[in-house]
Every structure is written in C-alpha cells, then in structure tokens.
Design a protein around this ligand. Structure first.
Ligand code: ZN
Length: 188
C-alpha cells in the first residue's frame, strides 16, 4: 500500500481543509490525492462520510481552492475574488447537514444519506463564511515560511502568530535559523 502524506489538522475546520495542500509556494504536497484519502480526511475531522468518488474529490478540491484564494485575499486586506465567493456560497447552500448536541456537550454533524459529501462540504463552506465574514474573533494572516505562505486564522490573544503551524513551518524556520547561526559561529 502506498504511503500518503499525513494530514495537518488544526482546530479551525476551513483552514484544516486548505492545509490538505501544503508547501503551496514551494514543492506542493497534496494530502488528499485520492477519493479514499478525502474520505479519511472527513473522518479525521468528524464529518461522517463513508466513501467518496472522483467527482466528489474534484468538487472538494474546487471548494478548497476557492477558500484558499478568499482567505489569501482576506489576509492581504483585499476584496475577495467573486468567483471563489460564489463557489463557497453555492457549496454552503447545497449542504443539508444538521448540527446535533450530545449530553457531553459535544457537537456532532448529521449528514443526509443521499448527499453526505455535499453536506460535509457545506459544513466546511459555512465555516469559511463565518471566518471570512469576521463573525469569529481572529485575524487572517499569511504564513511566514517562504515555501508555504498559507493563509491561516490567528486566534491567539496577541494576534501575532507568524506561522500556519508551529510544529511544522515554525520549527522549520527555527531550525534554519539555528543552522545559520551555528555555521556563522563555526566560521568565527
Ligand atoms: Zn506554513
């Protein structure tokens, strides 16, 4: 069995989704290259989808890129691209997922039997609408890693996060800085 790249899951659904394609400004890494990996991703973010088709994957990637383009514009304080906004809205309108509460105070998404993938994409699109419309407290920013440049939603108290993810892009930059500092001291 071929090994596929791991998912990068944060606690923001819409950007966990856009992070299924990483290193966008370098050597891009596609983390949902097959319908099965898209299914796996849905399960990983607690959207109960059991199977995806090639068409589903194409629809998911189109929505992902629309969110990515819009988030990148938001991080640069630009008007959002109209086509991308239309696609996000259409995905949101198609979704028929229902939010359900458990006694343990957790939210579960209930998807319809006929269109579970469309419903799951609707949940993601609605999350993007909430984030991009400023409904949730936070700030859009672009990752400081030159090979990444992913748009991420900063909810830190100081709103001064520099990387899309500390464990990957942040550490990479720290390591690069350490290596540079180390080789400089060796030269001395
Ligand atoms: Zn990054």
């Amino acid at each position: 069995m071929a090994a596929f790249p791991d998912f990068r899951l944060g606690n923001v659904l819409a950007t966990s989704f856009t992070a299924t394609l990483t290193e966008r400004a370098g050597d891009p890494v596609e983390r949902i290259p097959t319908p099965q990996r898209l299914t796996d991703w849905f399960v990983a973010v607690s959207l109960p989808v059991h199977a995806c088709t090639t068409d589903d994957l194409a629809r998911a990637v189109a929505l992902r890129e629309a969110i990515h383009r819009s988030a990148t514009a938001a991080a640069s304080d630009e008007i959002l691209p109209r086509r991308a906004v239309r696609l996000i809205n259409a995905s949101s309108a198609r979704g028929r997922a229902a939010a359900a509460l458990t006694p343990e105070r957790e939210r579960r998404w209930l998807l319809s039997q006929d269109t579970p993938v469309g419903d799951a994409l609707g949940v993601i699109a609605a999350d993007a609408v909430a984030l991009l419309s400023g409904e949730r407290a936070g700030r859009w920013a672009l990752c400081a890693s030159p090979t990444c440049r992913a748009a991420f939603f900063d909810t830190s108290r100081s709103r001064s996060r520099r990387w899309c993810e500390m464990n990957t892009c942040g550490n990479k930059e720290k390591k690069a800085r350490f290596t540079a500092a180390h080789s400089a001291s060796v030269r001395l």
